[in-house]
Design a protein around this ligand. Structure first.
Ligand code: PMP
Length: 388
């Protein structure tokens, strides 16, 4: 389509046409037998994608922040100690949410572009008894990827509930919830899950459900309370009608399509596709002299890339010129360095061709803005790596 824009921000992403078509069906009743089947299928497929056969899935109308809010509202009681491991803006947001429910929150913040060292986390867990800890798998503000497995193992060792913010990672980065022993893995629909914004998705361990059941005080957030949602999820899992709040029926129909596509591709193949495309993209970007924000390859996310502007190029110019070339990219988000970098999302339906279009537009725009290098270099590196 002429003048069709390619959305290369870290969510919402480009959605598969089949998913968008599925959304356009005439809206059925939320208790119609065919919709009950769709909802139940979505819950069953989430357990497969999260690799958590023992977990309790939740699908609730709201954005990723609601998923974070739900984890905090249901697990925190006044005065509980919570530990936030932060590598950017979204880690910091978890502290705000936990504090709102009366937690005593300690935050361990990484230097920009780095991760918090495991021995620092362990020292903190030794020093104080924590009820829960949070990890941001990919902090979308920095493009930093954290390996949740060893942190979840530490949480287990010190008997702390682990919560993984997987908003920018589920179905794009490797997660094995049951095997790694993570209590909550949460996300939102608009990223690697591949469905327009509007769904908060969580899978919760039986241990975390047990801790919630044994609370001494009621959950102080009415909408987020699992008391309201758990019976609804169980009913859909058992293919029975039920009601608490009207579910976003069309989004859930689209979710069924997208989750089926993910399982058709195979979760491991999907993760590998993200890894391959992202590492080649980073190589191509660096080949034209640009610097990426994550300090090492190990902590570089595969769902988005954060890149520093070359000297003298301003955010507003790059974003505007890319838009004129029909590629939408995102500016910086981390408050301390917001104006010095930009972000390109590459998750979900992302293909080699999308990446090539983006690199080509970037090269042309940089040239126009007077940042010079060997024209075509990033494309050459990308294409060569793709055929090797
Ligand atoms: N956590 C992370 C890592 C995110 O990237 C985002 C959204 N960019 C959120 C939480 C919040 O999600 P939402 O915008 O859907 O509320």
């Amino acid at each position: 389509m002429k003048n069709r824009k390619l959305l290369m921000i870290p969510g919402p992403i480009e959605f598969e046409p089949e998913v968008l078509r599925a959304m356009g069906v005439q809206t059925p009743s939320h208790v119609a037998p065919n919709f009950i089947e769709v909802f139940g299928n979505c819950l069953d497929m989430m357990k497969k994608i999260w690799l958590s056969p023992s977990g309790q899935p939740f699908i609730v109308s709201g954005s990723g922040t609601l998923a974070m809010d739900m984890a905090a509202a249901n697990l925190v009681e006044l005065g509980d100690n919570a530990l936030v491991i932060s590598s950017g803006y979204f880690g910091d947001r978890f502290k705000d949410i936990l504090d709102r429910y009366g937690a005593n929150t300690t935050i361990l913040s990484a230097n920009i572009g780095e991760e918090v060292a495991l021995d620092i986390i362990e020292q903190e867990l030794k020093n104080r008894k924590y009820k829960l800890l949070t990890i941001t798998h990919v902090d979308t503000s920095t493009g930093v990827l954290i390996d949740p497995e060893p942190i979840a193992a530490l949480a287990k060792k010190y008997n702390v509930i682990s919560v993984l913010d997987g908003v920018c990672s589920v179905a794009g980065e490797e997660i094995q919830q049951d095997k790694w022993g993570i209590d909550i893995v949460l996300t939102a629909s608009q990223k690697a899950i591949g469905v327009p914004p509007g769904l908060a998705l969580l899978v919760v361990s039986q241990k975390a459900i047990g801790i919630w059941k044994n609370r001494k005080t009621p959950v102080s957030n009415y909408y987020a309370d699992w008391q309201n949602w758990l019976p609804i999820m169980k009913a859909y899992q058992e293919r029975r009608p039920s009601y608490f709040g009207t579910p976003p029926v069309n989004l859930i129909i689209a979710l069924e399509k997208s989750l089926s596509l993910i399982l058709e591709e195979g979760i491991h193949n999907r993760i590998n596709r993200h890894k391959k495309l992202a590492s080649v993209f980073r190589e191509a970007i660096q080949a034209i002299g640009l610097t990426i924000l994550p300090k090492t390859e190990t902590v570089a996310a595969n769902t988005l890339t954060a890149i520093y502007y070359p000297e003298k190029i301003k955010s507003i110019d790059l974003l505007r010129e890319m838009n004129n070339n029909d590629i939408i990219i995102a500016g910086g988000l981390h408050p301390q360095i917001k104006a010095s970098y930009f972000r390109i999302g590459h998750m979900g339906s992302i293909s080699e061709n999308d990446m090539i279009s983006t690199l080509s537009a970037l090269e042309r725009v940089f040239y126009k803005l007077n940042y010079k290098f060997e024209l075509g270099k990033s494309l050459k590196v990308f294409e060569r790596a793709c055929i090797e």
